[in-house]
Design a protein around this ligand. Sequence first.
Ligand SMILES: [Zn+2]
Length: 293
Amino acid sequence: MTLEEVAQCPVCQSTAFHTGLIAKDQTTTGEVFHVKHCQGCTLGITSPRPREEDSPRYYQSETYISHSRGSRSLFDSIYLLVRHLTIRWKYRLVKPYLKNNGLLDVGCGTGHFLQYVARRHPVVGVEPSVKARETISPAITVVSSVQELPDRRFGVITLWHVIEHVYPLRDTLQQIKQHLAPGGVLFLAVPNHQSADALHYREHWAAYDVPRHLWHFNRQSMATLLQQEGMKLLATIPMKLDAYYVSLLSERYKRSGSLGPSGIISAVTTALQSNHSARKDGNYSSLIFVIQA
Ligand SMILES: [Zn+2]
């Protein structure tokens, strides 16, 4: 399979990069990929990367769907509880902006957030995976791409850990913007490669998630992107639980699969330290950027 080089940064158009690091695809293929860093805006870029038409092969892991089926381990139960609490928390964040225009969730996956919001507000989803789409209630409109969206505007558009997966980064943002109602707000959640847990785990940091994550943001590269798109940053919200989830996964990768009690302690300590140092510099493991277009 041929890989393609990303010669220019999509955010600041620079062609100068730092070498960065080499990370392994931990969930699907075990292949290794380079993450280089843009010298202009500090965006991390997975390059060379699989061509877009080859990318489905890297999404064939069952990891994301396995939690909703069959017998549950303690880990699965914790995961489900955290997922439920996170959905409620996200709903409280978006609620003030919903008004009558409803919500569009781009990259809605198996639709848990979408279905929760749908109880109270009109919603539409975008999800490219057929498998994921099929698990969502047929009463909810879910299309396979942004291009297929109905001609309609929304009070809130959410992309929860989605934009880092999108090949045509700028085009997609511009298309999404067309669906924002006047005064509408965009919620962009991304991992932050400048967080203390990222710096601690380096190439084992689970949120590099190569080659599914094409772009690796921090606050600087996001600010540059928004400036280029003429979008306004209203707020930056930390996702503190992500430090724990990502550290547990990273610790497992670092120890080649087996976590054990010492791995759990180490992960929790790293997550606590990451959230603690982020109180000073704002570099949480994941951040939600609240944006007005
Ligand atoms: Zn750049």
